[in-house]
Write a protein of this length. Structure first.
Length: 254
């Protein structure tokens, strides 16, 4: 009986332990999957923020260029309103992009080139405005060079956005693969857990049935022993009363 109790206890411990391990593993996989999704969301937000600042930078550069052209054509300084303050705003965009890409050397290198192009473009705009105010007409070569600088700015910005999108696509691809694997892993873990639970349920049920059978057997033996004692006591009383012919029948002991 003691061995049976130990066996039942061992089965319970093994079943519980296996189920607990599977639960921990499936929980760990779920936790990692959730973190992957959160990281992916942060990557998307990071990429969108970089792209937004680059687009804002180019937009303000276009405003400055538009103001320059309007002033060169008309001489009216009201056309310079989009240009006034544009440099400070563009500087803010550059600072934001630098902070967003501080851990990305390739972006930092591109940003340095972008800043040089911005300085060159503003230098050209400033010179053309000063010359216009002095009555010097704009030179075609300077305007052509300014256009090339602006095109280079657009290309540099587009390359940074494209590179950031490619990095995000690769990260999302890895994340999607892991997310697709997670439900399969959780499903397998659930099936294993159910299988182990059922297996050890039947083993424990079997041990319980054996224990019940043993208990019934012991009870039957105890009842038989009580009956035998009662028969023996009855014969003993008869003999004590002088009935020396009293005998114990085999059937009475069964």
């Amino acid at each position: 009986m003691t061995r049976l109790k130990q066996s039942s206890k061992r089965n319970l411990l093994i079943g519980f332990g296996c189920s607990l391990i599977i639960l921990i593993l499936s929980s760990a996989v779920s936790y990692i999957s959730i973190n992957q999704l959160l990281d992916s969301q942060r990557d998307v937000e990071h990429t969108v923020e970089i792209e937004s600042n680059l687009n804002g930078l180019i937009s303000r550069m276009k405003d400055a260029e538009t103001g320059q052209r309007g002033f060169l054509l008309t001489g009216d300084e009201t056309f310079l309103e989009p240009y006034n303050g544009a440099r400070a705003e563009i500087g803010d965009y550059v600072n934001k992009i630098q902070l967003l890409t501080v851990d990305q050397p390739h972006h930092q290198k591109d940003l340095a080139s972008l800043e040089r192009l911005i300085d060159t473009k503003f230098s050209l705009i400033d010179n053309s405005i000063k010359n216009k105010k002095r009555g010097i007409p704009p030179a075609v070569a300077a305007l052509t060079f300014g256009k090339r600088v602006m095109d280079s700015l657009r290309n540099a910005s587009s390359e940074m956005i494209q590179r950031e999108n490619q990095v995000m696509i690769l990260k999302n691809k890895r994340m999607n693969g892991f997310v697709a694997f997670t439900p399969i892993m959780i499903g397998i873990a659930a099936l294993l857990s159910m299988g182990i639970t059922l297996l050890f349920y039947f083993r424990v049920s079997k041990d319980a049935s054996i224990a019940i059978d043993l208990q019934n057997e012991l009870k039957a033996k105890e009842e038989k022993t009580v009956r035998q004692i009662a028969v023996v006591e009855g014969i003993a009383k008869k003999i004590a009363g002088g009935d020396y012919n009293a005998r114990v029948e085999r059937a009475d002991l069964e």
